[in-house]
Design a binder for this molecule. Structure first.
Ligand code: PLP
Length: 400
């Protein structure tokens, strides 16, 4: 069998044509395709605003800047995520507090977050970054109530879950990144994610003030809005009197960045977005086939634990098993050209975070999960024969 990775992008002829069309247009960066992509993406997740940026990490960085994270501020997140979810806080000099995961959902355990918040004077923590890990939408309605109680902002890392949703207390679908509960949500268009743009990211929000701040920070903190200009008009005009601001005039008022996406990446992202629901459905079918194979604990004598069935609203960026002898299985799969992956090595035990005092034993659920987790191949073009080959090799390893 040819190599089977754990994730893979799917580029169609139509995607290629959209990119080529944009390359032949007048715009390479920040042209009409950006606005189109932002508008369609906001509609897709159900948010008021969307801001396209260079990648998911830039989306996180701009988000914490817009939320005014400063040196010494304390922010809570999960250890079972990609390091970028935490790192953004460090970019601003803030401090990370990792809370443990719920071993049944693998998501940041809200009761552990509450313990942290209640264990310190009000105002100690400024924000919470919940992650829709593996594509499973975290219940943000509950997080919003908790955040309001303690005066925290909420930043949703939804990189794994475009199109995912949870059911709120009234039984309504609440899509990841819809801006109803979190102040900001971020997405990534890295090739391994649902929507590929090479590199790329998106921030969604329903908050007009945060939206303005993000647009400004994305391009060097520069504004041309005459209502906001600060210097005297005479200075702007080069020392001569005028009734109008000169056409060239702009001001850099805050320290921003260049985190722009290009127009041809937006064209690719936009074209991929039009097929997002198709991809989601394929992922759910693949998850169902894995669930059919692995849900029977007795059959594997407890050597394999799955999350039982296909979960409503789960976007299935990853399909994860918890297994005994994980290293042995991983190597057996590799020997058969199947490149399963591990998501994630707990962030608090990365050498960078150990320097702040984090150590083994601090977050037992996350650490135990890490010892057993393995992500099986999961992407829309994984065909039934390939998936059956993966299942057969896992069965072969445990049952001989
Ligand atoms: C991919 C990812 C990011 C970072 O996105 P990039 O586009 O690679 O910078 C952040 N958080 C999570 C959970 C991710 O999976």
């Amino acid at each position: 069998m040819h190599a089977i990775p754990y994730g893979k992008q799917h580029i169609t002829d139509e995607d290629i044509q959209e990119v080529v069309k944009t390359l032949r247009s007048d715009y390479l960066t920040q042209g009409p395709r950006i606005a189109e992509f932002e508008e369609n993406f906001a509609k897709y997740v159900g948010a008021k605003h969307a801001v396209a940026v260079a990648n998911g990490t830039a989306a996180l960085h701009l988000s914490v800047l817009a939320l005014n994270v400063k040196a010494g501020q304390k922010v809570i997140t999960t250890p079972i995520t990609f390091a970028a979810s935490a790192n953004c806080v460090r970019y601003c000099g803030g401090d990370l507090f990792f809370a443990d995961i719920d071993p049944k959902t693998y998501l940041l355990d809200i009761s552990k977050v509450r313990q942290l918040l209640e264990g310190a004077p009000k105002g100690t923590y400024s924000g919470i970054i919940p992650v829709d890990f593996a594509g499973r939408a975290i219940n943000l309605e509950e997080y919003k109530m908790l955040a309001d109680e303690f005066g925290c902002w909420l930043l949703e890392d939804a990189c794994h879950a475009p199109g995912g949703y949870f059911l709120d207390s009234a039984g309504n679908k609440q899509h990841c990144g819809n801006g109803k509960f979190a102040d900001l949500a971020i997405f990534s268009f890295h090739p391994v994610k649902h929507i590929a743009a090479g590199e790329g990211g998106m921030i969604t929000t329903n908050n007009d003030g945060l939206y303005d701040a993000l647009l400004n920070l994305r391009t060097h903190g520069i504004t041309r809005d005459v209502k906001k200009l600060q210097n005297p008009m005479e200075f702007a005009c080069g020392g001569v009197h005028s009734e109008e601001w000169p056409g060239w005039y702009m001001e850099m008022q805050t320290l921003g960045y260049n985190y722009r996406l290009t127009d041809f990446q937006a064209a690719l992202g936009n074209s991929q977005l039009s097929r997002a629901n198709e991809g989601l459905q394929k992922r759910q079918e693949i998850a169902q086939h894995y669930a059919d194979a692995f849900d029977d604990d007795c059959f594997f004598q407890g050597k394999i634990r799955s999350q039982s069935g296909v979960i409503d609203g789960h976007a299935y960026h990853l399909y994860i098993l918890e297994v005994e002898d994980r290293l042995g299985l991983y190597n057996h799969l590799r020997a058969n050209n199947i490149y399963a992956q591990i998501h994630y090595i707990p962030v608090h035990l990365m050498p960078y975070y150990r320097q702040f005092g984090w150590k083994e034993g601090d977050l037992p659920m996350a650490e135990d999960y890490y010892k057993h987790c393995i992500s099986l191949p999961m992407y829309p073009t994984l065909d039934r024969d390939e998936q059956d080959f993966v299942i057969e090799k896992i069965k072969e390893y445990y049952l001989g």
